[in-house]
Design a protein around this ligand. Structure first.
Ligand SMILES: Cc1ncc(COP(=O)(O)O)c(C=O)c1O
Length: 371
């Protein structure tokens, strides 16, 4: 499998950099903070926890909490796994060599790399930058599929652009998939971080009988260290195949993480509210910064979620700009090449505390360098 460029980039710099301007997760919660939110019943689960193996599909109470967040999903339509593991398991079980996959691009690499490694043909459905945001050309979709196509892969709110769909657009994709009997794999890791409730799309697993929703606690909940995510579907043929595959990845999830996950989901409203407020505050700071430096960046305001993908208008390649910012200021910014995106863009992460101070460091560097 080819190296995962984004993850290798983070592996190299994340724990050395003085400031991260491109993280996609929200500011993580502390253990104490989370435990203080626990209801008496879930605190008891934590205190009584025994560190044995757990059920492969996930703790029954955790699956019940997850299922309860959807309209039409029963607990046996949910499998708990680390989000990245869930992508791997879904692709390995649903795809075969020679089949085709259409993926919205740019994309989080595993959303197409696993399929490519299996031997599938991967076709990119490119998001295109416009003056104020991003656009997906629906007229192109029919031309991207053929008789080998087995799956459509979408991810809204989108990483890295911050684009999202309208409800009619999502319905059109579902109808398209249904008419051709395609699986619709929907990465919903950034769902629940919309800027207004009206922008929230339904989960694909609730809309389509061959829809699969991926979600988890890493991004909107700020709990990536738990490594808790899930796949949810109404297709009754799928969970058994996923579980048989999970025997070859982790067998079961981490017992402490499952209980902490239950605690988080039972307290989801205050956690999500906290994180939406962080994103909203940082979004306002970012919009002001990019307006001040319109000579160097095209902001392309995100429509939902904790990341944006502004254009870089400077003379040198964006890779060089990011490397120099890191070397001179310690601020880590992810350039577009890490997403195998050919344009001059960079990813900005809006979910972290200290965002404003990190951006100040970058602004000072720009002033010193360019005036
Ligand atoms: C779109 C998307 N899907 C899945 C994942 C994987 O999540 P995790 O790192 O928690 O496994 C990420 C992480 O960055 C992501 O951006």
């Amino acid at each position: 499998m080819r190296p995962f460029l984004l993850e290798r980039y983070f592996a190299e710099y994340e724990f050395k950099a003085a400031g991260l301007l491109s993280a996609s997760d929200c500011e993580s919660l502390g253990m104490d903070e989370l435990l203080r939110m626990a209801t008496p019943a879930s605190l008891e689960l934590w205190r009584d926890l025994r560190l044995g193996y757990t059920e492969t599909a996930g703790h029954p109470l955790l699956r019940a909490e997850v299922a309860g967040m959807y309209d039409g999903i029963a607990a046996d339509g949910v499998m708990i796994a680390a989000p990245e593991e869930a992508i791997f398991i879904a692709m390995q079980t649903l795809l075969a060599p020679g089949e085709g996959v259409v993926v919205v691009a740019p994309a989080y690499q595993s959303l197409y790399e696993v399929a490519r490694h299996i031997g599938c043909g991967v076709t990119r459905w490119e998001l295109e930058p416009e003056r104020d945001g991003w656009r997906l050309d629906f007229g192109r979709l029919a031309r991207l599929v053929d008789e080998r196509t087995r799956m459509l892969v979408i991810n809204f709110p989108h990483n890295p652009t911050g684009h999202t769909l309208t409800r009619p657009e999502l319905d059109a994709i579902v109808e398209f998939a249904r008419a051709r009997d395609l699986y619709l794999f929907s990465d919903e890791m950034y769902r629940l971080l919309e800027y207004e409730p009206g922008a929230r799309l339904p989960a694909v697993c609730d809309l389509y009988e061959k829809g699969i929703s991926l979600a988890g606690l890493s991004k909107a909940y700020g709990l990536p260290g738990l490594r808790v995510g899930w796949l949810a579907t109404r297709d009754r043929t799928l969970p058994g195949r996923w579980l048989a595959f999970k025997d070859y990845t982790t067998i079961c999830s981490s017992a402490p993480s499952e209980i902490l996950g239950i605690i988080a989901l039972r307290s989801r409203e205050p956690i999500l509210q906290r994180n939406r407020e962080i994103v909203a505050g940082n979004l306002a700071v970012a919009a002001r910064f990019f307006a001040r430096r319109a000579d160097l960046f095209a902001w392309l305001a995100p429509a939902a979620g904790p990341v944006a993908f502004p254009g870089w208008l400077g003379d040198e390649p964006v890779e060089r700009f990011c490397r120099e910012a890191l070397e001179r200021t310690g601020v880590m910014i992810v350039p577009a090449g890490v997403f195998e995106y050919p344009g001059e863009h960079l990813r900005i992460g809006l979910g972290r505390g200290g965002f404003s101070a990190t951006l100040d460091r970058l602004e000072e560097h720009l002033r010193d360098r360019l005036g």
